[in-house]
Design a protein around this ligand. Structure first.
Ligand code: NDP
Length: 481
């Protein structure tokens, strides 16, 4: 394999310290990356490499607990690094990077920077002659804030990089459980053959956070939960649950199937938005035992009448053969009662119940991404009892990825994604068409909601969202898991 250089723009940022550098450390420690991997960390601070690494190590130690590097491990890790101080918006400051790059090696540029810098960095890299060898680019979300702006970002990228060299991250795709969902669906005949409207009653996808907007009021108020979470993470999970089996596991085959699902999503327009969308905004309440302010009381709040949503619940339909009549209930919010990300497949009741009234327990498949990654299947069995011959109970089959070894570390999503980007495998990265089609649907939903002035209903921090979100599903005779 051709040797690889990694260039991390935004090396002093939160994402770099929390996710990127720890992921690289774990991969190098496990021997999964080439020994000659070179890493250039770029940020604005005029400091030495040693000073940069010292601060980085402190940030590591506070976050990695028992997995924090010891002195020898840190020494070996440090040897891969160079540190370059530069302001990315200034073309003249790319000369040190140009000198460091080596055309004989693959250059992987990772943009862990504010999205407003994506376009300037691409054009500056080009203008400074940094794109002369085999180059790839990795970008964080968000890619735009609407169909129009995402097209603009994608057009800019396309001027400098071929689509086969662009790696758009949705870190949910790097999670082991998400990849396991594909294996579960497409490597198990009995699951695959029951995966449609004839057996499945409905699907729920919940992405709930306990945190609020974490000091980012101005940013968040322009975006809201719909653009921040639905367009990317929720949409990706929906696609993986709903897509047809791809012809193979290559990126193009998977992307083609995902795009078909986004295109088949029924448009929610002004005439249907009331029955399909609930918006919410958290008010003062409790989070993990602490009193917390409401959204409009958060530090930095600049508009005390803001109607920006911090919660959304959506009832979506996929208009294709497989999913006819199967609703997908999606919800995501901040300051929720629990931090949980899960997909729940609720199976239909049996056509005829021979066990008598009150003894019907429909199956459910629970795919949990957070807090504990895993897959469970709720099945019915008989409880041992001589008194009650038909004592039925729900039993949970637990798919334990760690083969019973609880101490085994589940790799972070960024480890998988780095490894794949370095190996040139785009299958867990998001394609241009997926992003743009997904924005098209979300833009339509936002437009419909604005046309009908759908209010963001207040909910207490630490709850499961506004009461209307319960009604959204309960009026169909169902309830949130
Ligand atoms: P931060 O604001 O913490 O970090 C941004 C980094 O960019 C800093 O290192 C900053 O350097 C650098 N930077 C900004 N402007 C310039 C400039 N002109 N020249 C040189 N360096 C510059 O952001 P995050 O790490 O939180 O996020 C980075 C990206 O990742 C964003 O696109 C975000 O949307 C995305 N993301 C982040 C997640 C997270 O958990 N943090 C999760 C998912 C996506 P300096 O210190 O000098 O300002």
């Amino acid at each position: 394999m051709q040797p690889v250089d990694l260039v991390i723009f935004g090396a002093s940022g939160d994402l770099s310290a929390r996710k990127l550098f720890p992921a690289l450390f774990q991969l190098l420690k496990a021997g999964l990356l080439p020994e000659d991997l070179r890493i250039a960390a770029i940020a604005r601070d005029e400091v030495s490499k040693e000073a940069f690494l010292e601060v980085l190590r402190e940030r590591f130690t506070s976050r990695m607990g028992e997995y924090a590097p010891d002195d020898d491990e840190w020494q070996r890790y440090s040897e891969h690094f160079a540190y370059i101080a530069a302001d990315f918006s200034v073309i003249d400051q790319y000369s040190a990077l140009k000198d460091w790059l080596d055309d004989a090696r693959i250059s992987l540029f990772y943009l862990a920077t504010p999205p407003s810098l994506f376009a300037p960095i691409c054009s500056n890299l080009d203008e400074a002659n940094c794109l002369t060898g085999d180059c790839r680019i990795v970008l964080e979300k968000p890619i735009g804030e609407s169909l129009e702006t995402s097209r603009h970002v994608n057009n800019t990228l396309a001027k400098h990089f071929d689509e086969s060299s662009i790696y758009r991250i949705d870190h949910y795709l790097g999670k082991e459980t998400v990849q396991n969902l594909l294996v579960l669906r497409f490597a198990n005949r009995f699951i695959n053959s029951q995966w449609d409207h004839s057996c499945i009653d409905h699907v729920q996808i919940t992405v709930a956070e306990t945190v609020g907007i974490e000091g980012r009021w101005s940013y968040y108020d322009n975006v809201g939960q719909m653009r921040d979470m639905v367009q990317n993470h929720l949409m990706q999970l929906l696609c993986l649950v709903a897509m047809e089996p791809p012809n193979s596991l290559d990126a193009e085959s998977i992307r083609d199937e995902k795009v078909k699902i986004v295109k088949a999503l029924r448009t929610i327009d002004a005439s249907t938005v009331d029955e399909h969308l609930v918006r919410g905004q958290y008010s003062r309440g409790w989070s993990v035992g602490n009193a917390v302010p409401g959204y409009l009381e958060e530090p930095g709040c600049k508009a005390s009448t803001s109607n920006t949503e911090t919660f959304v619940a959506i009832k979506a339909h996929i208009d294709n053969w497989r999913w006819a009549g199967v609703p997908f209930y999606l919800r995501t919010g901040k300051r929720m009662a629990e931090k949980v990300t899960e997909i729940i497949i609720h199976y239909k009741e049996l056509p005829h119940n021979i066990f008598g009234r009150g003894r019907n327990f429909p199956n459910a498949l629970i795919i949990r991404l957070q807090p504990d990654e895993g897959i469970e299947m709720a099945m019915v069995s008989k409880r041992q009892s001589l008194k009650d011959k038909l004592a039925l109970q729900t039993h949970t089959l637990n798919f334990d990825f760690r083969d019973g070894d609880e101490s085994e570390r589940i790799p972070d999503a960024y480890e998988r994604l780095f490894l794949d980007a370095i190996n040139g495998d785009q299958s867990l990265f998001v394609g241009r068409e997926e992003i743009e089609e997904s924005w098209r649907w979300v833009d339509g939903l936002i437009k419909a909601s604005e046309a009908q002035s759908v209010d963001a209903k207040s909910y207490h921090a630490g709850s499961w969202g506004p009461a209307k979100a319960e009604i959204l599903i309960e009026k169909d005779g169902r309830s949130w898991h």
